[in-house]
Ligand binder design. Structure first.
Ligand code: NAG
Ligand code: NAG
Length: 927
């Protein structure tokens, strides 16, 4: 009943459609953000004791003390341990913790894929207040002892990153409440800032049993023009200066009807930032799972006087962007990624936090979702309609209403009487089902999950140590504590087929609301003083025996999706690749799930922001990203819907979704012309599925984003630094979706002028030499996509109802020539769903063109995947002179080939080379 009341509230609010900012803290309302932001620099000097410096293996350690610099004599305040590690692949790690904290401080647990691998670290010099160290690549670290400053130098000896340049380093020492001075009962407790032992926000009280424990560090990026990263926000891809706004906030929150162009927190928090300029790209990864605020300050825009020297000499001010990370708890733990190309920095980050596993191929195809497809009949009709209207689709989704009154791992057996048969019907047509499973557990007597969790003590505890109760979709709810390995194991086991009847290997999982969302909690989430499991250890009791939610908040969702992935793997004994979708993100999320950008709106601005949002996530490791096609709230009219499908077809995760209160909007409910355009957009996705799949395979090898900012491949070209309505797929396709209403042309930037790059419009194969911006006419059918000259893209032109039906279909290779008349590409083929590729059951081929030949060479020698696919057509765009004849050579077989040259656009089409993709081949040209 109460759940129903809540739904009414949602409906009422959704009529005004704007975020309720009052529900979320500003920096001023967040105790530590306000405290740290108001801290005057230089008040608390940190000094490194050079005599204590030790270098052992790849690690340098030293004692750091904070001092009170007021007056003549500096009085020691507190002792810290400083640690600098050199890691493989041009990465350093800096850690600072109290030397003897009264309680252990929390260290983030799940973000790193493994213990980072060590590089060598050489001590070059230690004298006169300076220490110089060097890694195997020739990056130097210069530490100034007093006041503490750490400079990281690139291989050429230029300072690339500076830590604590502004002396904003802070690790607030832990204190015990009510400690009387010198044990004197009558002495007054040391005066402490207001809010140290408790803070209020609206009607919520946070008890803060450990007092203040915030950490902060400033980072300077000399020579940088821009900084990027730290998703998830709705801002531009290149981050803005925050001196006159709130800092960017990272605190996983269910922000109802989030607003655009905002530094406010959203569902995800990935604390990695990149700085880029023509000289280099570097990054910092702030390894902390507590609430974090990040200030960005720009020294290039003339608002900050850079240095006295420049004032005196009158020379132009050097560029620099500064950032400052402030977290509520934890330790200072920061990775410095030395780059120096953009791709290097992106790779260094995925080396630390892992790559996305190869997804099951169907998950890169088109997904149809709605809150809710109400019953079996609804799903059956939906499925019939996709076939009737000849629109390809791989997956249908069920939102929360499929359950027995929001009890997960159950079905509403009135509406879904035969879930197993429903799934079998879909599977028979090579389609899949995804069902939602959320982390809130309905507190209902008789519900097995609630009873098990209560009996075994599996729930997160409130500040008094009792099961925490919040309010979410099911009404009164509790939340499993995944930090306890027994709970994660228990939860993973719920996914076993015997525990979740109706599911099969073709049912995959959507984890929503995992920030976690708590409707009646502070800022719609769990109170910070809730208690999480900590492994029992002798001597740890009271406050030391558990972690507070405050310490772990941003990684709660990560523990959750990890348990889900474990469960999906276990149900098939590790045979089939699972697909999981998550809303909450943290560093490392890519290892477990794809991500969508949450509850957006059917408005043009939300379509536009899907590009920078996914770009930010992609460079932060999460390439498998998409936004709700059509917009979740409100109803998209035909033009917006068409443009959204066209944009979605070129984003990694391609799913239409809508709110329960909105009008139905499946493609055939629009006029015939609109439906035709939507069908065509989806068909384009299917034609390129093997290209997408190959990109995701290559991501597992090199950690590169699949969706890339232009500057990754054109790092010198300044115009690209602020372009975030275009992007690259791999290094091959440039996409500029139309995200503006009513336009008949758009401006497209084609990078690579200096290097003579040629781009080819994929619709016409028309060559367009790179020359900055040009005007592209766009009718409603046009999706501006360009293939870079010098690349080869595989396509499948026979689009079918679902992607598995296309597995053995033939390929068309699109060869786009560069100015040297060469081109390269690659193709990955496997069974699309198992792990047998790990036993060499796959094909990975490099395709290369030069004027005398086109070569398809399988590079994994013992390839044994038995594909029946063959090459049906080769299209060579940008060919100036046509060869007289062409011959296919595969094994002992030689075949003369038919060719047609299209003079108008210099395209040569070779028909039916008919070579098998299971074996290397070559086409030789004679001129
Ligand atoms: C810094 O200022 C320069 C010059 O105004 C501007 O081009 C750049 O976009 C700014 N960068 C940031 C991070 O605000
Ligand atoms: C499965 O398909 C059969 C044949 O079309 C149909 O009769 C049956 O109702 C379907 N079952 C479900 C649960 O949709």
């Amino acid at each position: 009943m109460k759940a129903f009341v809540f739904l009414l509230v949602v409906i009422v609010i959704s009529n005004c459609l704007a975020v309720d900012r009052n529900n979320f803290k500003t920096c001023e309302q967040s105790g530590f953000c306000k405290r740290l932001r108001n801290l005057t620099p230089n008040k608390h000097f940190h000094i490194l004791n050079v005599d204590s410096l030790k270098v052992e293996g790849n690690v340098a350690t030293a004692e750091v003390s904070s001092v009170n610099p007021e007056g003549d004599t500096k009085t020691l305040q507190h002792l810290y341990v400083f640690k600098l590690s050199a890691l493989l692949d041009g990465t350093f790690r800096v850690e600072l913790d109290e030397e003897s904290p009264i309680y252990p401080r929390y260290r983030t647990q799940l973000a790193l894929v493994a213990e980072p691998k060590a590089d060598e670290l050489k001590l070059i010099e230690n004298k006169d207040n300076h220490v110089i160290l060097q890694n195997s690549q020739g990056h130097k670290v210069t530490i100034t002892a007093d006041p503490l400053k750490i400079e990281f130098l690139d291989k050429a000896g230029n300072v690339a990153v500076i830590l604590n340049e502004k002396s904003l380093l802070q690790v607030e020492p832990l204190k015990k409440k009510d400690v009387k001075v010198d044990g004197d009962e009558n002495a007054v407790a040391v005066e402490e800032p207001e809010g140290t032992w408790g803070e209020n926000f609206k009607s919520h009280h946070d008890s803060k049993p450990r007092g203040n424990e915030a950490v902060s560090l400033d980072v300077a990026f000399p020579d940088a023009d821009h900084v990027y990263g730290i998703p998830e926000h709705t801002d531009k891809f290149n981050l803005r200066t925050t001196t006159s706004s709130d800092p960017y906030r990272l605190y996983n929150l269910d922000v109802f009807e989030f607003e655009l162009d905002s530094t406010m927190a959203l569902y995800g928090s990935i604390p990695v930032m990149y700085a880029h300029g023509p000289d280099r790209t570097v990054g910092v990864f702030w390894h902390n799972s507590a609430e974090t605020w990040i200030d960005v300050e720009n020294h290039s825009d003339g608002t900050v006087v850079s240095s006295l020297v420049n004032l005196v000499t009158g020379s132009s001010k050097p560029k620099r962007v500064d950032a400052r990370f402030m977290s509520e708890s934890g330790i200072v733990d920061v990775f410095v990624l030395m780059g120096d190309k953009p791709g290097d920095a992106f790779r260094q980050y995925t080396t630390l936090t892992g790559v996305a596993p190869l997804p099951p191929k169907f998950s890169l195809a088109y997904h149809q979702c709605r809150w809710n497809y109400v019953d079996e009949e609804d799903i059956r009709t939906l499925d019939e309609n996709f076939d009737q209207y000849d629109i390809p689709v791989d997956v249908y989704w069920l939102d929360i209403e499929y359950t027995d009154r929001k009890k997960y791992f159950t079905w509403d057996l009135e509406k879904f009487r035969h879930p197993a048969e429903m799934v079998a019907n879909l599977t028979a047509k090579s389609r899949k089902l995804v069902v939602i499973i959320d982390p809130h557990i309905k507190r209902e007597a008789g519900y097995f999950l609630h009873e098990d969790a209560t009996d075994n003590g599996y729930y997160v505890k409130n500040k008094d140590g009792n099961d925490y109760e919040g309010w979410c979709w099911p009404g009164s709810s509790s939340y499993l504590d995944f930090f306890n390995p027994a709970v994660s194991k228990y939860y993973a086991d719920r996914y076993l087929f015997e525990n979740f009847p109706g599911t099969s290997k073709d049912v995959h999982i959507w984890n929503d609301m995992n920030e976690p969302s708590v409707f009646n909690g502070p800022e719609v989430t769990m109170p910070k003083d809730c208690q999480h499991y900590k492994p029992p250890q002798d001597g740890l009791e009271g406050i030391s025996a558990y972690w507070e939610h405050r310490h772990v908040h941003n990684e709660y969702g990560l523990w959750y999706i990890r348990a889900t992935q474990d469960g999906l793997l276990a149900r098939t004994d590790g045979r089939y690749r699972p697909f999981v979708l998550t809303r909450s993100t943290f560093a490392g999320t890519q290892r477990y799930a794809a991500v969508w950008t949450g509850d957006n709106m059917a408005e043009w601005g939300y379509l536009a922001v899907s590009v920078p949002m996914c770009l930010s996530l992609s460079v932060a490791g999460v390439s498998f990203c998409g936004s709700d096609v059509g917009g979740f709230f409100k109803y998209p009219e035909a033009e917006l819907m068409t443009r959204w499908y066209q944009a979605g077809a070129y984003q990694a995760f391609f799913r239409a979704h809508s709110h329960i209160e909105t009008k139905r909007r499946e493609p055939w409910l629009y006029d015939a012309q609109t439906m035709g355009l939507i069908r065509e957009a989806i068909r384009r996705r299917y034609a390129l599925l093997d290209f997408w799949y190959t990109l995701f395979y290559e991501h597992t090898l090199d950690g590169m984003p699949v969706m890339r900012p232009l500057f990754q491949h054109f790092p010198q070209e300044k115009e690209t630094y602020t372009i975030d309505n275009q992007y690259l797929l791999g290094d091959k396709l440039l996409v500029r979706p139309v995200v503006e209403q009513g336009v008949t042309s758009v401006q497209v930037y084609l990078p690579g002028r200096e290097s003579g790059t040629i781009w080819y419009d994929v619709d016409s194969y028309q060559a367009i030499p790179a020359n900055g911006f040009f005007t592209q006419n766009v009718n409603m059918a046009k999706i501006p996509v360009y293939q870079r000259g010098g690349t080869i893209v595989p396509r499948k032109e026979r689009v079918r109802r679902a992607s598995p039906l296309m597995a053995e279909d033939p390929y068309t290779l699109i060869v786009a020539l560069d100015s040297q008349n060469t081109a390269q590409g690659s193709l990955y083929i496997d069974d699309g769903e198992t792990y047998e590729y790990k036993q060499n059951k796959y094909i990975y081929a490099k395709v290369s063109y030069e004027s005398s030949s086109l070569t398809y060479k399988i590079v994994n020698d013992q390839a044994s995947y038995p594909t029946r696919s063959w090459v049906e057509r080769v299209v060579i765009a940008g060919i100036k002179t046509a060869p007289k004849s062409a011959k296919m050579v595969q094994g002992d077989k030689q075949t003369a080939l038919q060719m047609t040259l299209h003079k108008g656009n210099d395209v040569l089409v070779i028909r039916k080379p008919a070579a098998s993709m299971g074996q290397s081949w070559q086409i030789n040209f004679v001129y």
